[in-house]
Design a protein around this ligand. Structure first.
Ligand code: G6P
Length: 497
């Protein structure tokens, strides 16, 4: 009989300063704006999820210094303290060369691993030189981490697809350092992963870690399938652990979440009510007009084009909503150095304008398209006032917009529509689950949301809010770090010192 592997012993809570998070994207960027050095939060699910964690636990975040004013804002050890208005943790910046950015970040990470893991295979643009850039970039991160570990040993928590080689590089020098990995995006099956010429190197790099955590059980299983298929001869797989070259890696799934309390509290403030009034005025929507919301980076995996086709179908199939329903799309430009992203943005703009020309009236637009970053207070105001939120990703590790919308729905009036291809659909089962490839089906789900009786909307929203209250970002971090034997203090213990 095969015995289930035994978990490592739980150890005492780590001193907060011993937590070293590493990701490619930094949580705060310094930029020169009209000769002033301005510090801004960056975009994307990873940084918005992890910043509250570091604010609570303290520690160090190691990340690429991507802002044009980043060098001016650090001390001689490349460290600055963030958030700027209430410093709570160290941010150590890593400087990448032009080739490392081009080959590693823009090339191999964004144009090979990203489309591969999201199974958007026509977007994969492979080149050997981008792999070299990726290796160099991972080395650069490992050097900074080893330097950090030299002064203060700690737990290294590696995030996402940019840094798959980092666990191996750290363990080669410091085999006793605990290394945990969280993979934010989907993991593909062996039939897709086999496309990657460096599949063995990526798997080996990750299997040097002590734990490897995915968003969903499906992704964790597919990773194990890949390990089984591509490292067959040398690996032994028992339950949820992979033994490879004498080292054991625990494989698990813990869905990332949001700082529920922060969203819920902000949504309940008087200033949000005022922001809602101002937003409706600014959007030019007549009183009584019902609103839908979408908030996304301008990334093809978010299925924005399919969403607009669905809205086109909605106004065609349900013409009585012309003039009384407006969809507000907030689109945050991203990775614009990559041509695919620039072209995607153009197609999105054109599609919005075609639909607005087709159905628009003198005093009404079907789609209000807002491109650019958005302040937290404004974001929460949009979430709270929207009658529905539409998430239409063609593939998505989790999608935190879905969870942010639910956390901000303090009135429990809104309906969430979420793609069956997003990790969030597995947990938020009271959402209307849509298939982004089925424009007409999505159109009818929008109508269903708008026609749903208030008590059903409330029941569904309340169930999801209750779930998220306990399955928040702090529960997620505790679950992830428990995989490497660490018990974190609870929120209560931290707050009461
Ligand atoms: C996704 C990825 C993150 C990434 C973010 C923003 O959420 O999982 O790792 O940081 O997109 O993309 P960017 O390329 O701007 O860092």
């Amino acid at each position: 009989m095969v015995r289930p592997p035994i978990r490592p012993e739980q150890t005492a809570p780590p001193a907060p300063s011993r937590l070293i998070v590493v990701s490619n994207r930094e949580p705060y960027e310094h930029r020169w704006v009209e000769e002033q050095l301005v510090c801004q939060r960056t975009d994307g699910g990873l940084t918005s999820a992890l910043d509250p964690v570091l604010c609570r636990l303290g520690g160090t975040w190691v990340a690429w210094g991507s802002g044009d004013g980043d060098r001016e804002a650090v001390n001689p050890g490349d460290v600055t303290h963030v958030p700027p208005d209430a410093p709570a943790y160290r941010l150590r910046r890593v400087w990448l060369s032009r080739d490392e950015v081009k080959g590693g970040y823009l090339g191999y990470a964004n144009q090979v691993l990203w489309p591969l893991c999201h199974t958007t295979l026509d977007r994969v643009m492979y080149s050997k030189s981008s792999w070299e850039g990726y290796v160099a970039m991972n080395r650069r991160f490992a050097e900074a981490l080893l330097d950090e570990l030299h002064d203060r040993p700690g737990l290294v928590w590696v995030h996402d697809f940019h840094l798959a080689l980092v666990p191996g590089l750290i363990k080669a020098v410091r085999p006793t350092t605990t290394v945990a990995v969280f993979w934010h995006i989907p993991w593909p099956g062996p039939d897709v992963f086999r496309i990657l010429p460096e599949r063995r190197e990526i798997l080996e790099g990750l299997l040097a870690a002590d734990s490897l955590v995915f968003q969903t059980a499906g992704s964790a299983d597919l990773f194990i399938d890949c390990a089984r298929q591509f490292l067959q001869a040398e690996s032994e797989i028992t339950g949820k652990a992979v033994d490879y070259k004498g080292h054991r890696t625990w494989i698990a799934a813990h869905a990332i979440s949001v700082d529920y309390q922060t969203f819920a509290e902000q949504a309940g403030t008087v200033s949000v009510e005022q922001a809602i009034r101002q937003a409706r005025e600014r959007l030019g929507v007549a009183p009584g007009t019902r609103l839908g919301i979408g908030v996304d980076r301008l990334d093809y995996t978010k299925g924005l084009l399919k969403r607009f086709w669905a809205l086109d179908a909605f106004f065609a199939r349900h013409p009585h909503y012309r003039g009384s329903f407006t969809f507000v799309q907030i689109a945050v430009p991203t990775r614009s150095e990559v041509e695919t992203y620039r072209r995607y943005r153009e197609v999105i703009r054109q599609t919005v304008s075609v639909i607005n020309d087709r159905y628009g009236q003198a005093d009404w637009r079907p789609i209000v398209y807002l491109e650019g970053r958005i302040r937290f207070e404004t974001l929460v105001a949009y979430y709270r006032m929207a009658d529905l939120a539409l998430v239409s990703s063609v593939n998505d590790g989790m999608n935190l917009v879905a969870k942010e919308y639910v956390a901000s729905q303090v009135d429990e009036r809104g309906v969430l529509l979420v793609s069956q291809m997003a990790g969030a659909a597995e947990e938020l089962t009271e959402a209307l689950i849509i298939n982004p490839y089925d424009a007409e089906g999505t159109a009818d789900a929008v109508a269903q949301a708008l026609e749903m009786p208030p008590d059903e909307r409330q029941r569904r929203m309340r169930t999801m809010r209750t779930y998220l209250q306990t399955h928040d970002i702090h529960a997620w971090v505790a679950n992830c770090l428990r995989e490497v034997g660490l018990l974190l203090p609870t929120r209560h213990e931290v707050e009461t010192g």
